[in-house]
Design a protein around this ligand. Structure first.
Ligand SMILES: Cc1cc2nc3c(=O)[nH]c(=O)nc-3n(C[C@H](O)[C@H](O)[C@H](O)COP(=O)(O)OP(=O)(O)OC[C@H]3O[C@@H](n4cnc5c(N)ncnc54)[C@H](O)[C@@H]3O)c2cc1C
Length: 408
């Protein structure tokens, strides 16, 4: 187990500087264009693949970094560049984690490389859990997977929504109900291989922010996948379901509550994205406040402006510390006894929304226009309090974890 540290080591600093260079030179200059186009920035993803940022190797190296700082450091730098483009770059990694965490070695070796493709022919992956009637309430998911024993195939039917890269991905990871009695404990994840008949893209959503990232419905109409596409395998699933049935008999509420804590270990990564956006807006605001003159002096000469900047920076640093702690706990298998993963996501995402709004205020009229990036950063930041569990759900998870009570 690595000791918790608040300092990147030399190798991590090198990686951070390399990522920062890419974010500053490639991502940031392309941000406004792809935000307006509302399309997946394929050329930027390809560029990231060429230098090795968009690759399984890079993602796995950060993911398995025992200090826990690899992923938050990478997320912060890329999202500092631009949130929409960065999500297009890391969206595949979020789907790949589902396979890395739950798949067999064979599944990892077969499917994860196909999620990325290669630099001359980049591919994407999508993770599809949310449904029109099952967002926060994961347990009310309706997509069903039924096992056809004779053919050793799973038959999947349902509609997924708001899937990042949904429909344009090469590989989709789909969560479906295999035992409706067990709530979220009766769910399983499936790989849907490229060009599988029955999977299609539904509506592509026009969004408030992160507009360079593709978000769409995914329709599953009698999708048949081989038994080998069940993540973790059938034996493991049967054992898990048997255990869940036993626990459900002992106390149903525990089964229901577990759903909301599932993402505890992955939430710090979203917190780190929020830190990146908040830091970007803060830097623009600080620079502007030092150079913009009104009443014959820089506006930062006013405490009203300077104190806001002091507050913004304090909140960003506090958010980063919570994210780093939770990320270190996750990789080192520390129990989240106070829902520290949710804490980090809650604080960082709310900070990003607040700080980007303050940045607009400090830039005045310029902040409100698309001539300056803080307007986009503010729109982008709104997603952090919604996906991977809303702020209300984070508060619910934290309160339930602290009290042990089934708070509603
Ligand atoms: C751009 C974007 C990308 C996304 N990417 C993906 C993806 O790749 N894969 C995927 O599976 N999903 C994805 N999502 C879906 C996202 O995770 C859900 O939107 C999120 O979980 C919230 O669900 P919901 O939208 O149904 O809101 P709802 O659950 O309907 O919530 C609506 C409001 O009610 C509040 N609320 C709900 N229940 C409670 C409660 N018990 N107590 C207090 N307040 C409550 C919520 O906090 C929220 O404010 C994405 C969404 C967006 C917008």
């Amino acid at each position: 187990m690595a000791e918790f540290t608040m300092e990147l080591n030399d190798e991590q600093k090198e990686v951070r500087d390399w990522l920062h260079g890419f974010a500053a030179d490639v991502i940031r200059p392309a941000a406004a264009e792809w935000d307006e186009r509302e399309e997946t920035p394929w050329p930027v993803i390809q560029e990231a693949a060429k230098v090795g940022i968009y690759s399984l190797d890079f993602y796995a190296q950060q993911y398995f970094d025992q200090t826990g700082l690899g992923i938050p450091m990478a997320m912060e730098e890329l999202f500092w560049g631009d949130a929409g483009i960065a999500l297009s770059i890391v969206g595949t990694g979020l789907a790949a984690v589902g396979v890395l965490a739950n798949g067999t070695e064979e599944q990892i070796g077969t499917w994860v490389p196909q999620m990325y493709g290669d630099p001359d022919d980049v591919k994407l992956a999508a993770f599809c859990s949310s449904e029109p009637d099952a967002g926060s309430d994961v347990a009310s998911m309706r997509t069903r997977a039924v096992y056809d024993e004779a053919k050793d195939e799973w038959v999947i039917n349902g509609t997924k929504t708001w899937a990042t890269n949904g429909g344009i991905a090469n590989v989709h990871v789909v969560v479906a109900v295999v035992d409706a009695e067990l709530g979220s404990k009766g769910h399983a994840s499936f790989i849907i291989p490229p060009n599988t008949p029955g999977l299609s893209q539904g509506q592509k959503f026009k969004k408030h922010g992160i507009r360079a990232s593709h978000t769409a419905e995914v329709i599953l109409d009698n999708v048949r996948v081989p038994g080998s596409c069940l993540l973790g395998g059938k034996e493991k699933l049967d054992e898990r379901l048997a255990r869940a049935r036993e626990r459900a008999k002992a106390g149903g509420e525990r089964v229901k509550n577990a759903a909301m804590a599932t993402f505890e270990a992955s939430r710090p990564a979203v917190g780190a994205m929020a830190v990146g956006t908040a830091r970007a807006a803060y830097e623009v605001a600080l620079d502007y406040a030092m150079t913009r003159e009104q009443f014959g002096r820089p506006i930062i000469d006013n405490q009203g402006v300077a104190f806001q900047l002091a507050e913004m920076r304090t909140q960003i640093d506090a958010a980063r510390l919570l994210v780093w702690r939770a990320s270190w706990m996750a990789i080192n298998g520390k129990p989240f006894n106070a829902a520290e993963g949710s804490m980090s996501k809650l604080f960082a995402s709310e900070t990003a929304k607040k700080v980007t709004a303050q940045a607009i205020q400090i830039l005045g009229g310029n902040g409100y226009t698309r001539e300056y990036p803080v307007e986009r950063m503010h729109r982008d930041s709104a997603i952090y309090t919604i996906f991977e569990g809303t702020s209300e759900i984070q508060r619910l998870v934290i309160a339930r974890t602290l009290s042990g009570m089934p708070i509603r």
